[in-house]
Design a protein around this ligand. Sequence first.
Ligand code: ADP
Ligand code: MG
Length: 404
Amino acid sequence: MLMAALATEFGPAPDSARVEIVRAPGRVNLLGDHTDYNEGFVLPAAIELDTWIAFRRREDGLVRVASRHSREPGSFWIDDLGPDREGGNGSRVAATDPGATERRPGHWSDYVAGTAWSLRESALPIRGFDGIVDSTIPIGSGLSSSAALEIASALALLSGGHILAARSLAALAQRAERDYVGVNCGIMDQFASAAGREDRALLLDCRSLDTRYVSLPYGVRVVVCDTGEKRELRSSVYNTRRAECARAVALLVERMPGLCSLRDLEAVWLARHRALLPGNVARRAEHVVSENARVLATASALEAGDLDELGRLFAESHASLRDLYEVSSPALDTMVEVARAIPGVVAARMTGAGFGGCTVNLVLADAVPALKAVVSREYDRRTGLKGRVYPVAIVDGAGPVPTT
Ligand code: ADP
Ligand code: MG
């Protein structure tokens, strides 16, 4: 089947060609938003929604990819890739290949090309491939379809060669998204997709990259609710927030020499020096400082099975993102509100960068049908949007899929 699909897209293969498959999951962050780029803590989990690449290795350095989510395939020569910030990206057309399609900035295959560029820059042995990409992750909803595409691409490019540790894979994929695609992201998404573990959340220290796997309480399901809201403001506000955090550090360092990032700031010191900061900058710092503490408290509450504490921590995180960091939206607030009213919904909050995207909920298994019903009745009526509910199993990170 896959052999036939590949042949239709890219032409017949040599007799020796074998189809390989790699997969990389999306992720949901249980708690800790806008902390990763402040060198803080996050608590993501890899989810069963994932991205696959079925591919045939090539002996040369050409990569050709088609996605079931795009009508436009992409292709590039690995040796031709180079970032060129002014042009958005520096990938060039694979001019010597007759089947190569014209590429332009902003093409989805930049995530694949960026990953090839990043691996090549680290002198890793990679080879071209012809591949078909498919995904069950809703694209652009904050569940990290981009990181999943990068990690899956890395595995396809490295196939038959190097096996990289998950943290190296994550760092290389983050570099691709940041320096090639041009999205100034932290490392959480790629790390969760590469290093997730079945039924566990991943407590990640974004400074040291130390990890601890945390069990979820028995009988509690993770449920993601997609608001269906467009995210137009997201990237500009994201960059503004990063700049505000940097400003807080720059202003506070005068009184606190040695302060490198908001990760180092303690609540008492923020309270003492708050007058040095403009109001909006102080609120951003207060969110980051309190959110870091909540991540650690949430990991402990998960391990202790303390459902009341989890409910309280999720509620505080949502309020902090809404009122102090100012990245929530009426749709996210409504989604959280309708969920919280359901008996059996233990905890609910917005997750990810904000301005649309998803909420994350901890829900007793019995209450999942009620949550689905209320979202399609209450949420859709109140917002005029189409909400979607995904109960998600927590799965292992990326890897090859056995083919028989
Ligand atoms: P998120 O990572 O939250 O889903 P992003 O905006 O970071 O959203 O990444 C979405 C982009 O990633 C898409 O616009 C597309 O360019 C690319 N992408 C991700 N998955 C796929 C896929 N399966 N097929 C094609 N493009 C994809
Ligand atoms: Mg993304």
